[in-house]
Design a protein around this ligand. Sequence first.
Ligand code: NAD
Length: 508
Amino acid sequence: MGYIDILNPSTGEMIGSMEEKTKEEVTLAMEQARAAFPSWKELSLSKRLDYMKQLREYLVEHADELVEKIASDTGKVHIEALMSEIFATVDFIRYYEKNADSILKPKKVPTPLVLYGRHSEVQYRPIGVVAIISPWNNPFQLSLVPAITALTAGNTVLLKPSEITPLTSLLIEEILTTVSFPEGVVQVLHGGKKTGKHLIQSRPDKIFFTGSVATGKKIMAAAAEHLIPVHLELGGKDPMIIFADADLERAANAAVWGAFTNAGQSCMSVERLYVEFSVYGAVISRLKEKAEQLRIGNGANDDVGSMTSPRQFKVVQEHIADAVSKGATLLCGGKQLHDDTLHFEPTVLVDVNHSMKIMQEETLGPVIAIMPFSSEEEAVRLANDSVYGLNCSIWTRDTKKAERISRQMEYGNICINDVMINAANPHLPFGGIKQSGFGRYHGPEGLLSFCHSVSVTHSKNSRAKDLNWYPYEQDQLEAIRKILHTLHGKNKKISPKEIKELYEKLMK
Ligand code: NAD
């Protein structure tokens, strides 16, 4: 059995350790999840939602203590833990309480005239046991929101949160136990990569993965062995484009917040900023001034907390060093604040180009790199020059220009005069394109992505034989030909009454 150290990244203290789940324990958890599935899926939606409501009320009532614990595990400042971890999770639960019934209920759909006499509908069925593997950057919300979504749809869940934030993993388990979901319905598997691999080998019916591109590829390969469907929510290198006619003060504030909130460790952080040449000087001086004013630390009035993952901390240092060695200029920041903690100064880089890692690879830290552009075409080309396609933002007062540019953006989520906000709206589908992954969660599509869509045709025909059944006869061929021409030929129209008459004649 392995152990995981628990580090407080904002103090550098080791505050405990946590046992990793073994292969045998993962196998047992899978058996329990399978055993729990039939009765959980048969439970009415409203009874399932009663558990979610209890969870929501618990989260709101205990918000302060949860924020405290999440902050000590991640190094986030409290306002960010409250907004992006607790508030976001609760908003999603409320969304399902209000909307799951209409999303999940069977939908009648039209039936083509040639299939006369039948009724058609789509039913949504849970998939089975869903494995959720989550990252450390919003470890609470990115574990619970997919879990709640899968559970609402009637699946049972095996959740493996990140080993980088083990306190949050224990916290989630404690909360789920308090809400007392029926045994086996949702279980937390503490551990790292090995536990994740055991989980996939235990053959869940679906894998919902949030994490890096590199791990996403491994998970997809492992899932392919057993043809397990995979949903991948991966990294980003998100661009922001500021045109000269934008509200520059709001845009600069958004850029600073988008780059440095959560110490820059959001998949949708603003990592690349492209500014129209005529306002480039004005924007970079605003950004430098605003970044330098940010208060770093974990007190109640601090703005930027510590980073969370020692591994990511090294990536940030490596990307800055690579950029500077290739000619970039540090406008501010660039250094670790204390030797023993993961606080890193908010960093603004200029004189960058696309040969640098800082403009190509995900940095996931408190760094923004800024480049000027001189035409719409150049802005679009630079913003799309990425293997990632998660989120982007466009800043202009010209609505037509914003629409024109947004149509050309190769991104799954687009903000106009705003940053990072789409993921916070439960009504909007969320997900990436290109190497940022595939599949959509959030919104109706997200809930349905945890279901099989099952098509049901109900025939009301009492005839012994149908239009194209055996034995084939000449008049059948003629009838089908006639129906084809009258339904789909040039200038031909046929009424339901005529179709019925044709059928009746043929079926006599
Ligand atoms: P990671 O890929 O290192 O780890 C993610 C999870 O996968 C962890 O729980 C880890 O233990 C597990 N894991 C690692 N190897 C595994 C394996 N071989 N088999 C099974 N499980 C395995 O990612 P990370 O560093 O924890 O998270 C940061 C990444 O997540 C960034 O790229 C970030 O952009 C991305 N992210 C994406 C979104 C999104 O919605 N698109 C949201 C948040 C974070």
